[in-house]
Design a protein around this ligand. Structure first.
Ligand SMILES: NC(=O)C1=CN([C@@H]2O[C@H](COP(=O)(O)OP(=O)(O)OC[C@H]3O[C@@H](n4cnc5c(N)ncnc54)[C@H](OP(=O)(O)O)[C@@H]3O)[C@@H](O)[C@H]2O)C=CC1
Ligand SMILES: CC(=O)N[C@@H](CCC(=O)OP(=O)(O)O)C(=O)O
Length: 312
């Protein structure tokens, strides 16, 4: 049976990438609104209620409005790519590796994780859960993102001003991803998060530096690596990365789009310090790839269908 999908915000950065991943797939039929009607409330409400699945690729306020437009009796199941519902009790967090495939598969309302949060949670949640990292440590997370992470407006800014080499932001330390990072890892202290944008269209590196020897109850670097490898064993999307050639990690502007995420555990020679690193595509597992992974599960399909993954 073919399921109908309406992408609200279909011509935005995330929406276009989702449509790309669904193009040519017989399991889904896209419901679309033309340019004149794509922001028309009545037309959107009709499409939102007609679809089997609605994927919201909108700013937070517009996403909340869209949810309010859906009649509970319509049966429409929702995936929200925005930040609006990521710590809401009645929404399922769309991270199947962390919350379980069945939870996502059976959900009516799924919030797609934030791109940076995806890297942080992938690294920290399994280790806190395993008791190898403390839940009450004040973690730091340093990250860089390609400029497509900021949607159409940031893309335009970086494409107009090729002189920007680095843009640090969230300097007031209140980035919108911090609540989901803390909640989904079960941390008692909010992580200190320092994001920046680099002049590459896509790509993201999220790093959690750990002064392991000073952390009460922490496991060894090898134990952390083994625990992550075992947690993600058999998964197609999240994997342990290969040891980087020449002892450096490179994010090239020419890197192909990917829905995979590679995790690394780098340690000092004496094991007293560790750098946990997640390498992903902000538009892949960080946004559109993750939404399609959840959609696959909700539609009863293999989670990796239609995703851009390296051949195995
Ligand atoms: N880009 C990324 O890497 C990631 C994005 N996200 C999230 O996904 C969501 C979409 O982001 P992104 O695609 O980057 O943003 P964009 O700005 O690229 O796209 C947003 C789209 O929503 C449309 N829109 C805005 N308001 C309305 C409305 N009331 N009704 C219908 N359409 C509307 C915009 O229209 P118009 O074209 O006219 O401006 C635009 O096409 C955001 O919540 C974002 O935070 C999440 C993870 C990563
Ligand atoms: C580079 C850049 O600006 N990135 C965005 C986050 C992208 C993302 O994950 O989006 P949402 O959490 O909004 O869904 C930001 O920091 O606000």
């Amino acid at each position: 049976m073919t399921a109908t999908v309406f992408i609200d915000g279909a011509v935005g950065t995330t929406g276009l990438e989702i449509a790309d991943r669904l193009a040519g797939r017989s399991e889904f039929e896209l419901l679309t609104l033309d340019e004149a009607r794509r922001k028309d409330a009545a037309a959107r409400a009709e499409a939102l209620n007609a679809a089997d699945f609605a994927i919201l690729c909108l700013p937070d306020d517009a996403a909340r409005e869209a949810v309010a437009m859906i009649d509970p009796g319509s049966g429409t199941r929702v995936i929200d790519a925005s930040t609006a519902h990521r710590v809401a009790d009645d929404w399922t967090y769309g991270f199947p590796e962390v919350v379980g495939r069945d939870a996502v598969a059976g959900a009516a309302r799924v919030s797609n994780p934030g791109c940076y949060s995806t890297g942080f949670i992938a690294l920290v949640a399994p280790l806190v859960r395993a008791g190898l990292l403390p839940a009450d440590w004040p973690y730091t997370c340093n990250a860089v993102s390609g400029y497509s992470g900021g949607g159409k407006s940031l893309i335009a800014r970086f494409e107009e001003d090729s002189d920007i080499a680095w843009r640090g932001y969230a300097l007031g330390l209140g980035h919108k991803h911090v609540p989901e990072m803390q909640a989904r890892c079960g941390l008692s202290v909010a992580p200190l998060f320092t994001p920046a944008v680099i002049p590459a269209h896509r790509g993201m590196v999220v790093e959690v530096p750990l002064p392991l020897a000073a952390m009460p109850g922490a496991g060894t670097a090898d134990a952390l690596r083994d625990a992550l490898a075992s947690f993600y064993e058999g998964r197609r999307v999240v994997r342990m990365g290969d040891a980087p050639a020449d002892r450096e990690l490179l994010l090239r502007r020419s890197r192909e789009p990917s829905d995979a995420m590679d995790l690394h555990v780098f340690a000092s020679a004496d094991g007293s310090q560790v750098r946990l690193v997640a390498d992903l595509d902000n538009l892949g597992k960080g946004a559109s790839g993750a939404a399609v992974q959840s959609l696959n599960l909700m539609a009863g399909l293999d989670e990796a269908s239609g995703l851009r993954l390296p051949k195995i």
